[in-house]
Design a protein around this ligand. Structure first.
Ligand code: FES
Length: 381
C-alpha cells in the first residue's frame, strides 16, 4: 500500500472511528454500517474483507487462492497464518491457513488441501470462485524466520505442511539470501506433491537451495526422490546435497531447522533432534492438533456448560469437540492451539493439554481445542 493511501486511510479512520460515532452506531459499531454500504469497507482488522483474485489448482486435491484484501491488511512475516472466515449456507465458519508465498508479495495467498473430513477445506477447493469475497484476519503466529538469518537453514515439510515453508523459502530467495537453504520434503507421491514444479525450478535457479523429495509410495516417475518416512539417513542425505554442509554433516552439525507437517512427521523429527541433543535448533508447527491420548478410565465425569445451563458426560475428546457435539457454538479458528480464538474460562476441574501433555487444575483460561477434560469440568460457556 502506498504512503498516500495509508495516510488517507488513517485520516478517514480518525473521522469515522470515534467513540461518539461508535456510540451512535451501537450496538454494532460504525464498521457494520460501512460494510452494508460497501462490503469491502471495514474497520475490523480481525475480519478484513478480501476479494478472490485467482485460484490455481496445485494438485488434484489442493488449490492456491490469491486474495486482494482492503487497506486494513498490512504486511505479514513468512511462516505466519491467517484466519479465514467464510459464510456457507448462511452460517459463518472460520479456519486458519498459512500464507504460502513470499512476504514481499502485494497480494497474500493461501494454499488449501482438501482434507476428507474438512468441511471448509472442501468448500474452498470446490466451491469458491474468482470474484467471491471472504474475510481474513491479520497475519498471526510465531513460526517465522529469525531477525538475523543464519548462514544455513534446514526445512522439513510433510504434505500441506509445505505452505508456510514455501513462503519462507520464497522470501529468502527473493531477497537474494546467499546462505545455504535445504528442503527435505515428504509427500505421498509425485502427483500429490504441492509446489513440486516451483521447487524444482527454484533448485535449478539457485545454487544455494537444495531439495530432497521423499515419497511414501513407490512412484516410477520419481527419479531422484527417496522413499519411506523420516529417518536420520534422510536428514544426512539432504544436508550432504550442499557441498558447504558436507563437513558439518559428517560431524552432525545440523543447522537451524523448521518442520511443519502431520503429527507423525513432527514427532519423528522432534525425537531425532532430542536424541542428537539439538532440540533447541528445531522450530515446529503442526497443521492439525495433536490427537487426544486415550485415557484408560481416566476421562469420566461430566462437563458443565454454565452459561448455557447444559451438561454432557465426558467422553475424553477435546472440550471444543464435546461442546460442539452438545449443540453449542464456541468460537474457534485453527483448532490446534495457536490462534487462541477458542479461549474460555474453566471455573473448575482438571484438563490435559493435548499438545504438551501438561495437566492443570482449577480456575483458568484454557483453549478448548487442545484441552482434554479429566473428570468433572465446568466451563463458562
Ligand atoms: S481454535 Fe485456535 S487455539 Fe483453539
Amino acid at each position: 500500500m502506498s504512503r498516500a493511501t495509508t495516510t488517507a486511510r488513517s485520516a478517514w479512520r480518525r473521522i469515522v472511528d470515534t467513540p461518539l460515532i461508535n456510540a451512535l452506531a451501537a450496538p454494532h459499531g460504525i464498521g457494520r454500517y460501512l460494510e452494508v454500504i460497501n462490503p469491502m469497507w471495514s474497520l475490523d482488522n480481525t475480519r478484513i474483507p478480501a476479494r478472490i483474485t485467482s485460484i490455481t489448482r496445485e494438485t488434484d486435491d489442493s488449490v492456491s487462492i490469491e486474495l486482494s484484501p482492503n487497506g486494513e491488511w498490512t504486511h505479514f512475516q513468512a511462516g505466519q497464518f491467517i484466519q479465514v472466515h467464510v459464510e456457507i449456507d448462511g452460517r459463518q465458519h472460520n479456519r486458519c491457513y498459512s500464507l504460502s508465498r513470499s512476504a514481499y508479495t502485494r497480494k497474500p495467498r493461501i494454499t488449501v488441501k482438501d482434507h476428507h473430513d474438512g468441511f471448509i477445506s472442501h468448500y474452498l477447493n470446490t466451491q469458491l470462485k474468482v470474484g467471491d469475497r471472504i474475510a481474513i484476519s491479520l497475519a498471526q503466529g510465531d513460526f517465522v524466520l529469525p531477525a538475523q538469518i543464519p548462514t544455513a537453514l534446514l526445512f522439513i515439510a510433510g504434505g500441506s505442511g509445505i505452505t508456510p515453508i514455501m513462503a519462507m523459502i520464497d522470501t529468502l530467495l527473493e531477497h537474494q539470501h546467499s546462505g545455504v537453504i535445504t528442503l527435505l520434503y515428504y509427500s505421498r507421491d509425485c502427483n500429490s506433491c504441492i509446489f513440486r514444479e516451483r521447487l524444482e525450478e527454484l533448485a535449478l535457479q539457485h545454487l544455494n537451495f537444495s531439495l530432497l523429495m521423499v515419497y511414501s509410495r513407490n512412484d516410477s516417475q520419481a527419479k531422484h526422490a527417496l522413499q519411506g518416512h523420516f529417518n536420520q539417513q534422510h536428514l544426512l542425505k539432504a544436508l550432504s546435497l550442499n557441498p558447504a554442509l558436507v563437513e558439518q554433516t559428517r560431524s552432525l552439525t545440523i543447522p537451524l531447522s523448521y518442520v511443519c507437517g502431520p503429527e507423525q512427521l513432527i514427532n519423528a523429527v522432534q525425537s531425532e533432534y532430542e536424541l542428537l541433543g539439538l532440540k533447541d535448533k528445531l522450530h515446529s508447527e503442526r497443521f492439525k492438533a495433536a490427537t487426544a491420548v486415550h485415557l484408560h478410565g481416566e476421562a469420566g465425569g461430566d462437563i458443565a456448560f454454565n452459561q448455557s445451563q447444559s451438561m454432557v458426560t465426558n467422553d475424553g475428546r477435546s472440550l471444543l469437540e464435546q461442546a460442539e457435539d452438545a449443540g453449542l457454538s464456541p468460537q474457534s479458528g485453527c483448532r490446534m492451539g495457536i490462534c487462541h480464538t477458542c479461549s474460555c474460562l474453566k471455573t473448575s476441574g482438571s484438563v490435559r493439554n493435548i499438545s504438551t501433555g501438561e495437566i492443570s487444575h482449577g480456575e483458568e483460561h484454557i483453549r478448548l481445542c487442545i484441552s482434554q477434560p479429566l473428570g468433572d469440568v465446568s466451563l463458562s460457556l
